[in-house]
Ligand binder design. Structure first.
Ligand SMILES: [Zn+2]
Length: 147
């Protein structure tokens, strides 16, 4: 999924769970649950294209904008940290795009294998329509919880 639904889900978890360990576990788990929903989060079938880089930058800016709009200053550190953990499997997948052997490292290999097996993509003609809808619903629910 895009950065925004993952990150905001982590932020909602942080807002509901004040203890770090269970919040961190829930945030990382939420990543795999959300990625199991059919979705679309990049163009073409290749990561490193200008359209994908622009999409990721825009997605990151939207995430930060919503974060600063929805989260009171007093909670920024904790909420941001748990939100970042909700993106961990994608962050850990990133070095492998540039250096393929990274995905063979212990622990990374298992996490990457699990992550790619769980990922459900919505390709084809209606890919963006069907693929964006669940993400927009997740973002809306997160905004509802954080408002
Ligand atoms: Zn993912």
């Amino acid at each position: 999924m895009l950065i925004t639904p993952h990150f905001l889900t982590g932020v909602v978890i942080a807002s509901q769970v004040p203890e770090v360990a269970p919040a961190a576990l829930a945030a990382i788990t939420s990543h795999y649950i959300l990625d199991a929903i059919p979705h679309r989060d990049y163009f073409d079938k290749q990561y490193l294209t200008w359209r994908n880089i622009l999409l990721t930058i825009t997605d990151g800016i939207i995430s930060l904008g919503l974060f600063y709009w929805l989260v009171p200053d007093a909670h920024w550190g904790y909420y941001f940290g748990i939100g970042a953990l909700a993106m961990l499997p994608d962050v850990l997948a990133l070095p492998g795009v540039f250096y393929n052997q990274f995905w063979q490292w212990p622990i990374i290999k298992q996490m990457h294998s699990w992550h790619t097996e769980i990922l459900q993509y919505a390709w084809g003609e209606q890919g963006w329509g069907i693929g964006l809808l669940p993400q927009l619903i997740i973002i809306s629910v997160a905004i509802y919880f954080l408002r």
